[in-house]
Design a protein around this ligand. Structure first.
Ligand code: HEM
Length: 342
């Protein structure tokens, strides 16, 4: 087939997948801006892009484009190296028009891939993947702002991201205009114009990414995503499905109550309930209690239902514990209390 067997066809595939990836990166950058302008809305976007069929289909298409782009880049690089043969060891004077990035597209691609692996471990693996696999996690997968908090509170994260952004700038800047050349649009008037457009487009996107990384780092170090009132109210509502899932009709009632109560009250109430239920379940495990339960009709079913309810409350309490343990305001209060003379 022409697309896969000829060098022009392969370049065409690189251009097509590259164009798609430029559009994805641009969209992704705009979406991140929501996390700065309105963090609570960002979590709603994360929920929308969770494990729904349309989000999964989009992720699968994106993954396919990334993989095809990498495979073809490798094939073309190997081919080019072979075509040059011994010439690569000869001292050749390269034309000035061949830019640094064009000679280093493959290496830049490897740097971007390394960044992407770190990035996907920090975000996608804890969000969409956790939802798809149905794993339990202390932070609900829809809490995008808390994953930003977790990632950017690490001092190495901004460093890795800035390196990734620099490599992405060079890679996309060259790839953007050269993809037009690959599809045959090799025109002396348009190529200089396309170079300008690509430089502007890519620079704006990368500068936005850099600004976002700086703002996320500052905010994460201030604990903004843990203490912001609007976000806290949203995190509180995120525990409702955990309880509703395990408690049936009773859970729906409790869920409604949680939505109407302030964060502090819910946090205290759920954590107390968790302690009580865990203690009760522990008591039920004693041999005497086990005998009583087994001797009563429906006793075991009641115990199973109770264990299920306790599991829902336990998940909610674990998330509230995380928020409390990482809250810099709580830390400051505890510090003050320990420093006060007794
Ligand atoms: C400040 C910088 C960035 C932040 C805060 C950020 C944030 C995120 C988040 C929260 C997700 C998970 C979305 C979800 O699963 O619901 C994600 C996914 C992803 N990000 Fe980023 N991102 C950043 C930069 C980048 C860059 C520069 C690239 C490309 C080189 C990139 C490529 C991806 C990809 C490929 C996914 C997986 C998308 C999917 O499967 O649908 N991200 N990012």
């Amino acid at each position: 087939m022409w697309l896969t067997s000829s060098s022009v066809g392969r370049k065409f595939i690189m251009a097509l997948t590259g164009a798609f990836l430029v559009l994805f990166v641009t969209f992704h950058c705009l979406m991140n801006s929501v996390a700065i302008l309105w963090p609570a809305a960002y979590n709603l976007v994360c929920e929308f892009l969770g494990a729904n069929w349309y989000a999964l289909a989009a992720s699968a298409i994106l993954a396919a484009f990334i993989i095809v782009h990498i495979i073809y880049a490798s094939v073309l690089t190997i081919q080019n190296n072979k075509a040059r043969g011994h010439e690569k060891y000869a001292i050749t004077s390269r034309p000035k028009s061949v830019e640094w990035s064009s000679k280093n597209m493959y290496v830049l691609g490897i740097v971007i891939l390394a960044f992407l692996i770190v990035h996907l471990i920090q975000f996608w693996a804890k969000m969409q993947l956790v939802e798809v696999l149905g794993c339990e996690s202390q932070i609900p997968p829809v809490a995008g702002t808390l994953f930003i908090q977790e990632a950017f509170a690490q001092p190495w994260t901004p460093v890795v991201y800035i390196i990734g952004f620099i490599a992405l700038w060079f890679h996309m800047n060259h790839g953007f205009w050269s993809m037009f050349q690959s599809v045959g649009w090799d025109n002396t008037t348009w190529i200089p114009r396309l170079k300008k457009i690509s430089c502007w487009w890519v620079s704006i996107v990368i500068l936005l990414f850099v600004a976002q990384a700086v703002i996320f780092t500052v905010r994460a170090n201030e604990g903004y995503y843990l203490t912001n009132e609007e976000l806290r109210a949203q995190y509180k509502d995120m525990i409702v499905p955990m309880i509703e899932e395990e408690m049936g009709a009773e859970g729906a009632q409790m869920g409604n109550a949680i939505k109407n109560m302030p964060y502090e009250q819910v946090s205290q109430g759920i954590r107390q309930m968790n302690q009580q239920m865990s203690a009760q379940l522990e008591q039920m495990k004693s041999p005497q209690m086990q005998q009583v339960i087994k001797s009563q009709p429906g006793g075991q079913e009641q115990l199973d239902a109770m264990a299920k309810q306790a599991a829902g409350i336990q998940r909610a309490a674990a998330f509230l514990d995380y928020l409390e343990q990482n809250d810099p305001q709580t830390d400051a209060m505890q510090m003050q209390m320990t420093q006060q003379p007794r």
